[in-house]
Design a binder for this molecule. Structure first.
Ligand code: HEC
Length: 269
């Protein structure tokens, strides 16, 4: 099963796991998807379109973090190197869709067309989801599917893909899992508790820099447990049963690495 996912290379350009997220307020919806270029040719994503919706704009991770648009937003193209995978993900490269007038029924589907500079457009569907659905829709990030390097400079991604299944837990891995799992939609791009959906939640998502405030403990194992199972009486904090033990520990290490300097240093076991 895992090995199959690792070598799944049907030729062509494919769109997977496309999700259009019902906005927590306003009329701009986040669009997340994974694009595989299983051809030996370089290509470029020229535009994304959703039937009956307004424009789709593409944004860099930096824009996500700062909210400040950089030059070129309007006509931005995304390189799709040969045999690569490009993810539009929470906290990473992402697309925003003007959805005024588009019925946004949770669980329904909308038609998504990806225009490229080479060949035909790729037609697929995006599921309309709520922020609470995001983790299961985006699925755990497969290490072997991680972003391949984008050549053209306006956006740099780290790490090529590989198939190792048993990397030891690490904060660096946790950081990637945090992005790919959609934690930032609630906890914010860098864990400050200020994600786009935060204002709608009571109790609010935790500021992850403040480990002293964690209700269910702040050791690596306690945090890993909270991520996997949710926390008792824990409001909107979803359980993440699909993440394995090593992935949960990586997330816990990453969260502990966010601690403010003023935090006591004796929280790890
Ligand atoms: C849908 C919104 C949402 C998402 C997505 C989400 N969280 Fe949370 N999280 C919350 C809320 C709300 C709380 C605070 C709950 C409370 O105070 O009872 C929380 C609390 C926490 C806590 C503190 C636990 C404690 O003991 O108090 C940790 C750690 C945490 N989240 C990590 C994560 C990680 C890691 C992810 C992604 C894998 C994630 N969360 C995804 C909403 C979310």
């Amino acid at each position: 099963m895992l090995a199959a996912a690792c070598v799944d290379r049907a030729p062509g350009v494919r769109v997977e796991r496309a999700a259009l997220v019902i906005p927590a307020g306003g009329s701009l919806a986040m669009l997340y998807l994974t694009v595989h270029n299983h051809t030996g040719r370089a290509d470029t994503i020229r535009a994304l379109r959703i039937d009956d919706a307004g424009g789709v704009s593409l944004h860099t991770p930096r824009e996500h973090a700062t909210g400040v648009l950089e030059p070129g937003t309007e006509a931005r193209m995304v390189p799709l190197p040969p045999n690569s995978t490009v993810r539009f993900s929470p906290g990473g490269l992402h697309a925003m869709v003007q959805v005024t007038g588009l019925p946004m029924r949770r669980g329904s589907a909308v038609r998504l067309v990806l225009h490229r500079t080479r060949g035909d457009s790729t037609v697929s569907a995006a599921r309309v989801v709520a922020y609470a659905d995001l983790d299961s829709v985006l699925a755990p990030p497969s290490r072997w599917q991680r972003l391949s390097v984008l050549a053209s400079g306006w956006w740099r991604a780290t790490s090529g893909s590989h198939c190792a299944e048993d990397d030891p837990p690490s904060a660096a891995m946790g950081r990637e899992l945090y992005r790919a799992s959609g934690c930032g939609s609630c906890h914010g791009p860098v864990g400050r508790g200020d994600g786009p959906v935060a204002k709608t939640l009571a109790p609010p998502p935790r500021d992850l820099r403040d480990a002293a405030a964690f209700k269910a403990g702040a050791s690596v194992d306690a945090i890993a447990q909270s991520i996997g199972m949710g926390i008792p009486g824990g409001g909107a904090m979803p359980a993440h049963p699909h993440l394995n033990a090593s992935e949960r520990q990586s997330l816990a290490l990453y969260i502990l690495s966010l601690r403010l300097p003023s935090q006591p240093r004796n929280l790890t076991p």
